[in-house]
Ligand binder design. Sequence first.
Ligand code: GDP
Length: 188
Amino acid sequence: MIQFKLVLLGDSSVGKSSIVTRFVKDQFDENKESTIGAAFLSQTIKLIDNQDNPDSPEEVSIKFEIWDTAGQERYKALAPMYYRNSNAAIIVYDITDDKSLSKAIKWVNELKERLPTDLDDPNRCIISLVGNKLDLVDDQESNRKISTQEARDFSIDNGLLFHEVSAKNNIGIKEIFQELGEALYNQH
Ligand code: GDP
């Protein structure tokens, strides 16, 4: 079992807790109260490692120790405590709220200043940028405030992984963690 510390960052109400709850408990709560300070959860996933010996692939367990932080400005000073020594960060924005992408970009810049993030650094923190609430644009494309292209371009320019997801409809959530697990395992 290999453990990795993972932190979620982003503006309040973008769906950080909903993403974690979907991943850890496979539930979605429409009326959930917002996180105060931070919440801790853990979840284990399995990966197949066939790099060393392609003929007999090996199953590997990856345990994520997840810190879900509160997005409110008044808790901002606490954030470094949660992202310190993180192996991975999921930075969430809401694709129906254009302010939330600017907030996410601020978090990306803060992490790049404070943590090792260079692609060739073996201890780097791997960052995944995640646009949530994809379900809200399914029926009504006019709800979309942030284009896939804009967020993807930013991710590519900054060496981030990128996903658009819906915690509510369970779209793309597993993939965020699976991809991070694989990237972390391959660099560890
Ligand atoms: P956090 O403050 O970033 O942790 O956000 P929450 O997880 O508390 O979610 C904020 C609000 O957005 C809640 O009312 C959720 O029900 C709602 N929400 C979260 N994820 C989604 C989603 O994928 N789709 C929709 N439509 N609403 C969502």
